[in-house]
Design a protein around this ligand. Structure first.
Ligand code: C2O
Ligand code: CU
Ligand code: CU
Length: 498
């Protein structure tokens, strides 16, 4: 039987969990939680108040777990903003530990980027105004507190931001939030025997990043289900795992139709069997629910296993043992008409990623630490890396008071990222870039658009990047591995833009 056939089409019967483990006696899929929408499309002048909270949350295991949330018990709202408007925020840290909130994917100056230099002390409020001016895209925000990013993000300090522009608003795309446009935050979790979320650092966890065995969608154990209108449906996917790569496909051998990557729309719709999403990556897909009753989005948690063939798998579709679980089941409501349109062909004018004008090439070698050191760090710091020094880039760990280099605004550069062996998802602040080549082959078509994440494994990846905003010495941008435990352990560096 083909692996994609486990999504049985069960007529009008109750929606059963397909492919997921029968966790904590779960027998039916839970409703998809729709994060509250904060709609700032009109360019509201009032600041958007977000509170970082200590809370408790039931992931669907029947008991409450200790969590952090942004204005709610776990994760944050979805913020919708229009490019060209300033977005004022009031972020209050109600935790009893220092925190930060970084706008991942936003092209904004370093002093409002929310990186490790913009700490918010307990009880304090941070008031950045974000000059949002980039193309339509799905972005996110999460804790970036040096040494605490992994744990704070895992506890729930993350949310999603949609940026729209005139083109995206006038296009024939579904954009009814919670109607035909859904945001799915995908994460892996580990629950103890009582159903409580657990997180603990060991040398091993530092080395591989935290990996849980249970998929949660918007803070609820998968599978979840959602009724959708008859027509086109848009899913905005975020891999918000600390460390896990996720392979995504549809049930019943249906191809995925991808319309956007991290930084905006692709040139045209890309049809493919499956994609691999690194931590931090976003992809948008369209489904045509005009003529089908039900479809399942499937996720394989095996993403980091058999790392030897990630890149092979990206190109040849042969990756891992494909142990898929169903993340979400979408069922058509035939009485609810949706957007009747065909899959869009042309989506955006994507300039050719031309390396010729690049003014320089920089090299980044990602260094894993020594295993014994990592085990010692895990023991001495408890569940924090404490601004760890176990890992580094180009032979040096991240140091808050050391800026690694400076870049000139508007000047394209080639960044070549190398890994000795392990798989790392590399991220750069303040920009979207284009992937040129990875281990000497071009990226898969779906990764040829605007990106702020690039994976590297046992070789190198090259990106073409330039920056439009300023980042000063006191508010530099970061570049780092987005395996959050690696980042906390020092696999990060900082740069200015002037
Ligand atoms: Cu998503 Cu520097 O982070
Ligand atoms: Cu970022
Ligand atoms: Cu890494």
């Amino acid at each position: 039987m083909n692996r994609r056939h486990f999504l049985a089409l069960g007529g009008a019967s109750a929606v059963a969990p397909f492919g997921g483990r029968a966790l904590f006696g779960q027998t039916t899929a839970r409703p998809l939680p729709i994060p509250p929408l904060l709609d700032f499309m009109a360019g509201d002048e009032r600041p958007i108040a977000l509170d970082l909270l200590q809370s408790q949350h039931d992931f669907g295991t029947g008991v409450k777990s200790q969590t952090f949330g942004i204005g709610q018990s776990y994760l944050g709202p979805v913020i919708k903003a229009k490019s060209g408007h300033d977005l004022p925020f009031e972020i209050t840290n109600q935790l009893d530990e220092v925190s930060t909130l970084h706008w991942h994917g936003l092209h904004i100056p370093g002093d409002v980027d929310g990186g490790p230099h913009q700490e918010i002390q307990p009880g304090q409020t941070w008031r950045p105004v974000l000059p949002v001016s980039q193309r339509a895209s799905t972005n996110w925000f999460h804790s970036h507190t040096h040494g605490r990013t992994a744990r704070q993000t895992h506890m729930g300090l993350a949310g999603v931001m949609h940026i729209e522009d005139d083109a995206s608003l006038s296009a024939d795309f579904p954009n009814g939030y919670g109607f035909d446009d859904f945001t799915l935050v995908l994460q892996d979790k580990q629950f103890d025997d009582l159903g409580r979320m657990t997180y603990g650092l060991t040398g091993d966890v530092l080395e591989n990043g935290f990996q849980g065995d249970t998929l949660v969608v918007n803070g609820t154990v998968a599978p979840v289900h959602q009724m959708v209108p008859s027509g086109l449906v848009r899913l905005r996917l975020l891999n918000a795992c600390n460390a896990r790569f996720l392979k995504i496909s549809l049930s019943d051998m249906q191809p995925l139709h991808l319309i956007a990557s991290d930084g905006g729309f692709l040139a045209s719709t890309v049809e493919t069997d499956s994609i691999v999403m690194s931590p931090g990556e976003r992809y948008e897909i369209l489904l045509d629910m005009t003529n089908q009753d039900r479809i399942g989005l499937q996720v394989s948690l095996n993403g980091n296993e058999g790392q030897g063939d990630l890149f092979e798998g990206l190109w040849q579709g042969l990756w891992g043992t494909n142990n898929f679980v169903t993340a979400i089941i979408l069922t058509r409501d035939p009485l609810r008409p949706g957007l009747q349109a065909s899959m869009p062909n042309h989506l955006a004018n994507l300039p050719v990623a031309d390396p010729l004008p690049a003014v320089r090439k920089r090299e980044f070698l990602l260094n894993m630490g020594d295993e014994a050191d990592l085990a010692a760090i895990a023991t001495s710091w408890g569940n924090l890396c404490g601004g760890g020094v176990g890992m580094g880039i180009n032979g040096r760990p991240m140091k808050m008071d050391h800026v690694n280099f400076g870049v000139k605004r508007g000047q394209p550069e080639i960044w070549r990222i190398q890994s000795e062996e392990q798989l790392h998802p590399f991220h750069i602040h303040g920009c979207s870039f284009r992937i040129l080549r990875q281990n000497d082959v071009p990226p898969p078509v779906y990764a040829t658009g605007w990106k702020d994440m690039v994976s590297v494994q046992g070789g190198w990846s090259e990106v073409l990047v330039s920056f439009d905003h300023e980042a000063t010495k006191t508010a530099p941008y970061m570049y780092h591995c987005h395996i959050l435990e690696h980042e906390d352990c020092g696999m990060m560096g900082q740069f200015t833009v002037s």
